[in-house]
Design a protein around this ligand. Structure first.
Ligand SMILES: [Zn+2]
Length: 131
């Protein structure tokens, strides 16, 4: 009886498939709200060119593109952080780890509540009169 081998291969393939299909549910509206809330790069505060979407918890570490996990980052922070673990990276960069975590918590909590409420898609009252 041959044992082992094929089962492990199958498990690896399954894992790969699961990673490829993780839910990335950040909408354009949510992203715009994140950019407004942070008002610049979430890590260094730079308010230069259009920020990039950065996953606080990297995709390779199980993170996803969701409201609670994405922050705007400048090109330099985004490239530097890459797949690094966020708090260790902040410390290495001599950035304010604590204030980032506090702000990230506040903003993600506020926006998650806001978008969960379902009151963001308000009808423009009286503006769209039919007939
Ligand atoms: Zn930055």
């Amino acid at each position: 009886m041959p044992t082992g081998g094929s089962k492990q291969v199958r498990a690896a393939r399954k894992r790969k498939k699961r990673m490829a299909s993780v839910a990335h549910d950040l909408t354009d509206v949510q992203w715009a709200a994140l950019v407004t809330a942070w008002g610049g790069c979430a890590y260094c505060g730079s308010a230069g060119a259009s920020p990039q979407k950065d996953c606080v918890q990297a995709i390779s570490r199980g993170g996803r593109y969701t409201l609670a996990n994405v922050v705007p980052a400048c090109a330099s922070c985004n490239a530097s952080k890459c797949n690094a673990e966020v708090t260790g990276w902040l410390r290495r960069k001599k950035l304010d780890e604590r204030s980032f975590l506090v702000r990230h918590y506040e903003i993600s909590t506020e926006l998650t509540t806001r978008f969960a409420g379902g009151d963001v898609l308000q009808e423009p009252d009286g503006l769209l009169e039919s007939g």
